[in-house]
Design a protein around this ligand. Structure first.
Ligand code: UD2
Ligand code: MN
Length: 570
């Protein structure tokens, strides 16, 4: 009897353990099939599921509604049609990891995890909930999606393509153009062209992403171009907001918020909606907070965010505008720098760049390049960024060279064609970009050198904060009076911590000294020939001799009273 009871307890225990495992396994299964899509779960949150009208499940998490997912899994027959004669299982099985192989070795992300995920999976709709009620035109123009890759993993590449096909209105995706940048196995690309709308172009040699994208753009038949990296997953309604902005104004170049797909476990993580693209003087891209004034002024979280530069991989641009602006600098190799070149060119030649918070695309960010650079990684980056700096940054390129001294003297090829393009397009100076698009980028503190500001044997002199005169230059070397010593640290004309400022923006206004402030437009000057021009008013510092006090007047070339010759004090 005891034996029977013991057996019964053992059987029940085993059944309970198996039941628990089965339950957990069900719980972890990706929610992709139509039946399971109606029962998704959100990790950790107190939620109540409810199916929305769009077939999307809405999750109420305490205070607001977060629409969950969005796979819109096509029905079996639609799926078959979409995938044409493509045999997914065979394609993925054709490249499997060898037992014991380091899953990060080949692609710098966890390949095992990517392969395990399958080609479709539900991801969280990471947009602000208000995005779901934004309307888009019914007659948006279609786009050609351009994806270049070099030895991409089959599972990530296929997921990129399928996410585009599944999460975009079919009428908007005219085609997907893959450019196989001379990957080791041509079949990685070729086999995919059996999928509806997918075309495959293969480079006969390694070109790098810049020339590959140009090849893709030249082959595109739709009026709008959409560029994607080869390891992305697009999210709900990602395409409409971007095409809408470009349709309204063809000079806009727009990108989504780029969400993070973990390189370790491939979790899809929402990126902050308060970021824009920025850089430092070494031309190193970084995400940065949008300036506080802009943040305060944002009453509507669905509105675009102006960005000084784009990350580079994911953007939408009208094809004619892309061509008109000179596509890309095709003398740039492999990877890097093209995003600066494109961003400067777009802004300076009459366009704009923005990030659209209602468009979200996930991307696997990696810590290293999984591929080789025939000329070496550092030299290639220097060549590409040097080309961008030489063509677009005018006198500001000196800061690039100070920040990246190793760039000096390195080969970067001829830039004649690109400077000719800049002239032909009549683009604005980099100074304009600095003042209007990226004033937050600080000019590095230069070593302050003391100079006299001379006109003949007369010197600009302070006699009090409100009293400037043209007085006789006095003393020698270190014995020059402090009242005649100026530090020219663009954009300031400084004496200790006081700066030369205009009193008003109109011609004839006097100048005075006041505490230096980087925010004060009245203190900003720049050299113009031998004249000193006030940056904002455009007027020139004039000694108004004989008689008058120094003031700002209309700039006139070669006029003695506006000619200031700095003489270094050594
Ligand atoms: C970022 C951009 C990337 C590009 C780069 C600067 C995002 C999400 N990604 O780097 O698009 O602008 O900055 O250049 O903004 N590839 C080739 N041929 C090559 C090398 C790369 O086709 O010789 C492909 C590669 O397979 C990938 C794409 O180009 O699809 C971008 O390369 P990445 O993913 O290594 O660059 P990433 O994301 O670090
Ligand atoms: Mn990438």
């Amino acid at each position: 009897m005891r034996r029977i009871r013991a057996n019964a307890i053992a059987i029940l225990t085993v059944a309970w353990i198996l039941g628990t495992f089965y339950y957990l396994w069900q719980d972890n299964k990706p929610q992709t099939s139509p039946s399971s899509a109606s029962q998704p779960r959100a990790a950790g949150a107190r939620i109540h599921g409810q199916k929305g009208s769009s077939g999307r499940l809405e999750i109420h998490r305490e205070d607001r509604t977060i629409p969950l997912i969005v796979t819109h899994p096509p029905r079996a027959e639609q799926q078959l049609q979409l995938m044409g004669g493509f045999e997914e299982k065979a394609y993925l099985a054709g490249k499997q990891m060898k037992p014991g192989e380091d899953p990060y070795r080949e692609h710098a992300f966890n390949l095992q995890e990517s392969n395990r995920l399958g080609s479709e999976r539900a991801i969280r709709d990471t947009r602000h909930y208000r995005c779901a009620s934004v309307n888009y035109d019914a007659d948006l123009p279609p786009t050609s999606v351009i994806i270049t890759f070099h030895n991409e993993a089959r599972s990530t590449l296929l997921r990129t393509i399928k996410s585009v096909l599944m999460r975009s209105p079919a009428s908007l995706v005219q085609e997907i153009i893959l450019i196989d940048d001379f990957s080791s196995d041509p079949e990685d690309c070729q086999l995919l062209s059996q999928i509806q709308k997918v075309h495959c172009l293969r480079n006969g040699r390694r070109e790098g992403l810049i020339r590959s994208r140009v090849r893709g753009a030249n082959a595109a038949s739709a009026p709008v171009l959409t560029f994607l990296d080869s390891h992305c997953e697009v999210n709900a309604d990602w395409l409409q907001p971007m095409i809408q902005r470009v349709k309204e104004d063809h000079t806009r170049v727009v990108s989504p918020i780029i969400d993070v797909i973990s390189l370790d476990n491939f979790a899809y993580l929402a990126a902050s909606a308060d970021l824009r693209g920025g850089f430092d003087w070494s031309l190193h891209f970084k995400w940065e907070q949008i300036p506080i004034e802009q943040k305060m002024a944002r009453s509507d979280p669905t509105l675009p965010i102006r960005t000084p530069v784009i990350a580079g991989g994911i953007f939408v641009m009208e094809k004619n505008w892309f061509n008109h602006l000179g596509q890309y600098d095709t003398h740039m190799d492999i990877w890097g720098g093209e995003n600066f070149e494109l961003s400067f060119r777009v802004w300076m030649c009459g366009g704009s760049l923005e990030i659209l918070p209602c468009s979200r695309v996930g991307h696997v960010f990696r810590k290293r390049h999984p591929y080789d650079f025939p000329e070496g990684n550092a030299l290639t980056y220097i060549k590409n960024t040097r080309r961008a700096a030489e063509v677009w940054m005018d006198e500001y390129k000196q800061y690039y060279y100070s920040a990246r001294p190793s760039a000096q003297g390195k080969a970067y090829g001829s830039i004649a064609e690109r400077t000719a393009l800049r002239r032909k397009l009549n683009c604005k100076p980099f100074r304009w970009y600095m003042e209007n698009v990226y004033p937050e980028l600080r000019i590095p503190e230069q070593e302050a050198v003391s100079s006299l500001l001379k006109q003949g044997d007369q010197c600009l002199e302070t006699r009090g904060a409100d009293d400037l005169v043209l007085g006789e230059c006095r003393g020698h070397g270190a014995n020059r009076p402090a009242s005649q010593k100026w530090e020219l640290v663009e954009p300031f004309l400084r004496q200790q911590d006081l700066c030369l400022a205009i009193t008003a923006f109109t011609a004839g206004s006097k100048v005075k000294m006041e505490p230096c402030s980087t925010k004060e437009p009245k203190q900003r000057w720049r050299p113009r020939g031998t004249a000193l021009q006030h940056m904002v008013s455009g007027l020139c510092l004039d000694s108004q001799t004989p008689g008058g006090p120094p003031a700002i007047t209309q700039c006139r070339p070669q006029v003695a009273s506006q000619s200031w010759v700095p003489q270094l004090i050594t």
